[in-house]
Design a protein around this ligand. Structure first.
Ligand code: F6P
Length: 375
């Protein structure tokens, strides 16, 4: 008789709607359809390092499809640099030992860009790893989309809808900061869907003077309010130049000292970026003489029940993942492709980020409807 397969599953990185739907998808297909055993690790890679786990059974997976967050808990811990008793430690060997001791046939890691890199490291250490792409940022390469994005898009769009009436009533500029890390998918998507007048994304560095001109033009035409949807990673042309130069220095650095110096420069620029949205709103107020207000949407975008599209995507990818494990496939991310799913080697995904191309149809559409993109 064939040995029962035993698989592990964990969620890592920032939480996102659809994680539980994906756990359920993998779990139900693995348990019910393929008769595998499934172990959930708590709080991402830390749970695997510390051997904190629960056996996932039919009843653990029941009723979680519509629930936000992750029943397993999550963390941003990296296997090769985990803080243990206040000090960074490489826990890769410990993780590999725990994986072996538990007799796992595969480990499923649900996460975004960072998780793909960490999963690849474990795959290179000999673990049979598969990943699923989740993040509200939609910035994972080689997949049509990531689960979590659709829900966050809906929340951010609704927020912009609501900001319209108050901005209109008070004749104000309302600047809405939207998540997305260093990609503009969420701000661009919600900005278009919500009809923002200005959309600022990291991929298109802005000139504050041009934004002010667009707002003033609206005022001259009799519309004395404006909605500015700004991605948290958006920056002015000058700041973008400084970032690029520090990043290039880091890439070119030949010595440890040069790398460290470039890293410090990047850190200082990142620290300076904090509060950028508030500064932008102040600048626009000064330049246009229109009162301005800021709304930071923040974690509201990641919380709560997943949309139908995210439940569907997470279930589709989760069940496809169980199929691949059954076939003995590993070292891949289960990507969304058209109506189906497709395994993509982790090497092609790890360390890369999907950004908005300057000629992407969304960018073109935004320009066509007269949205100012700050350039
Ligand atoms: O990657 C998802 C995300 O929500 C980003 O949009 C945001 O920049 C980041 O996570 C926030 O991370 P944390 O939960 O660690 O504050």
């Amino acid at each position: 008789m064939a040995k029962t397969k035993r698989i592990g599953i964990l969620t890592s990185g920032g939480d996102s709607p659809g994680l539980n739907a994906a756990i359920r998808g993998v779990g139900k297909a693995a348990l019910g359809f393929y008769r595998m055993e499934i172990i959930g690790f708590r709080d991402g890679f830390r749970g695997l390092a510390e051997n904190r786990r629960i056996r996932l059974e039919k009843n653990t997976l029941a009723g979680i499809l519509t629930v936000g967050g992750t029943i397993l808990g999550t963390s941003r811990d990296k296997p090769h640099r985990m803080i243990i008793d206040g000090h960074p430690r490489d826990m890769t060997d410990v993780i590999a030992r725990n994986y072996q001791k538990l007799g796992l046939d595969a480990l499923v890691c649900l996460g975004g860009g960072g998780t793909q890199k960490n999963a690849l490291r474990l795959a290179q250490r000999g673990l049979r790893v598969l990943t699923l792409p989740k993040t509200i940022d939609n910035d994972v390469v080689m997949t049509d989309s990531t689960f979590g994005f659709d829900t966050a898009l809906g929340i951010a769009t609704e927020a912009i809808d609501r900001l319209h009436s108050t901005a209109h009533s008070h004749h104000r500029i309302v600047v809405a900061e939207i998540m997305g890390h260093r990609s503009g998918w969420l701000a661009l998507g919600a900005g278009i869907a919500g009809g923002a007048d200005v959309i600022l994304i990291p991929e298109i560095p802005y000139d504050v003077g041009k934004i002010a001109q667009a707002i003033q033009k609206r005022s001259r035409q009799g519309t004395n309010f404006s909605i500015v949807a700004v991605a948290e990673g958006a920056m002015s042309k000058e700041d973008a130049r400084a970032f690029l130069s520090a990043e290039q220095k880091k890439e070119k650095a030949r010595t440890q000292v040069a790398r460290h110096a470039a890293q410090l420069e990047l850190g200082a620029l990142e620290a300076k970026h904090t509060g950028n949205t508030l500064r932008l709103a102040k600048q626009l107020e000064q330049l246009t003489q229109l009162e301005s207000r800021v709304t930071i949407l923040g974690y509201v975008q990641r919380g709560g029940t997943p949309s139908a599209a995210d439940r569907l995507l997470a279930t589709r990818l989760g069940t496809a993942c169980a199929d691949l494990i059954q076939k003995g496939v590993c070292g891949v991310m289960v990507a969304a492709r058209g109506e189906g799913a497709e395994p993509v080697p982790l090497e092609k995904v790890a360390g890369k980020r999907k950004t908005v191309a300057l000629d992407h149809p969304w960018v073109e559409s935004a320009r066509r409807v007269g949205t100012c993109l700050g350039d």
